[in-house]
Ligand binder design. Structure first.
Ligand code: NDP
Length: 310
């Protein structure tokens, strides 16, 4: 059994070494040097890999995403028929995302932009004190990442709301589900955080109508995928003042084009898809675990549900 690794050239060797540190017996091939196609049984890929190319490997039995998201792998033509897809559920990813969400919620809550603007004018002036217990944070997606972020926000004292596909019960989180649930949550959300997977159902979910449901002066934080927001609708809501600020880590396309208005917008914080970066040595054990399970004919872990799209 050989394993094909395909990611950015700069981190390919780091991935290989991290996997070999877990199991030195693995036969790992770095794309494009796949060797004999029939020997490849597992492909571990990032978004750059062309899914049509994977059809070259007649014995492929498992495709692993090098991230928590799999939208890049499910996009047409998708994985070869019959090949299961696993994704990462990694503590380092989860922790880093929690930090990033907390960082930006606190920036907005504690009027950081206003104080920086005052600093630029050497202006010594107190703004009205914000009340944590009154600042409601609504999270789209309460999965691995959203649930952790919700826990951190609760510890700080924010009222936390969350929206999922299936109804959920999470202690201390006011949970909503489905289309009606979304409308209800948005009307009570002062800071909206998107931690959804990108699927046909969630594409464009941050749009003119949903933004209008948020109370005036609310904030938007998106670290799901760029495709979750309709950029022009968000810009219009920022320009009108209805949305007071946005922290964005993901865009469509990426990199964000140099001429895009988000870059220079005074109310927008731009991050280069860096809120939570996969660390190969942290992620490798679960990837190798799945390779061992495949070899031994045992059930695989962290599999994607194709019917749900994530
Ligand atoms: P999970 O699969 O663990 O959780 C996904 C959550 O989204 C679940 O709560 C799910 O609901 C909810 N959801 C999915 N579809 C819908 C829908 N149609 N309506 C309502 N809720 C829905 O994913 P993770 O938490 O691990 O990751 C979430 C996403 O974060 C990834 O897919 C990726 O796009 C993004 N991400 C971004 C990173 C970055 O660097 N910016 C890094 C890592 C991930 P339910 O609970 O009912 O299943």
């Amino acid at each position: 059994m050989a394993i094909l690794l395909s990611t950015k050239a700069a981190i390919m060797a780091e991935w290989r070494d991290a996997m070999l540190a877990v199991d030195p017996s693995l036969d790992i091939r770095l794309f494009p040097d796949a060797g004999e196609p029939a020997e490849i049984e597992v492909a571990v890929c990032w978004s750059s890999h062309d899914m049509a190319e994977l059809r070259r490997y007649p014995n492929l039995k498992l495709l692993v995403s090098m991230g928590a998201g799999v939208d890049h792998l499910l996009r047409a033509p998708g994985p070869p028929p019959g090949v299961p897809v696993a994704r990462l559920k990694d503590d380092r990813l989860t922790t880093a995302m929690g930090e990033w969400v907390l960082l930006n919620v606190l920036r907005f809550h504690r009027q950081d932009a206003e104080y920086r603007a005052q600093q630029a004018q050497r202006l010594w002036r107190e703004l009205p004190a914000p009340d944590t217990a009154q600042r409601r944070v609504g999270i789209l997606g309460l999965g691995q990442l959203g649930t952790h972020a919700a826990g951190l926000l609760r510890v700080v004292g924010f009222p936390v709301l969350g929206w999922t596909r299936q109804p959920r019960q999470i202690e201390g989180v006011t949970c909503f589900a489905g289309a009606e649930g979304l409308r209800a949550m948005l009307g009570q959300t002062d800071i909206l955080v998107c931690l959804l997977p990108l699927t046909p159902q969630t594409r464009g979910i941050i749009n003119r109508e949903t933004l209008a449901l948020l109370p005036p002066g609310s904030f938007v934080i998106n670290s799901g995928r760029g495709g979750h927001m309709v950029a022009d609708d968000l810009l219009a809501a920022l320009d009108s003042g209805h949305i007071a600020g946005a922290a964005l880590d993901v865009f469509e396309p990426e990199p964000l084009p140099a001429e895009h208005r988000f870059w220079g917008h005074e109310k927008v914080l731009v991050w280069p898809h860096a809120s939570s970066i996969t660390i190969p040595r942290s992620a490798a054990p679960q990837v190798v675990e799945n390779i061992h399970r495949l070899r031994q004919g045992r059930a695989l872990i962290n599999l994607v549900d194709f019917s749900a799209g994530y």
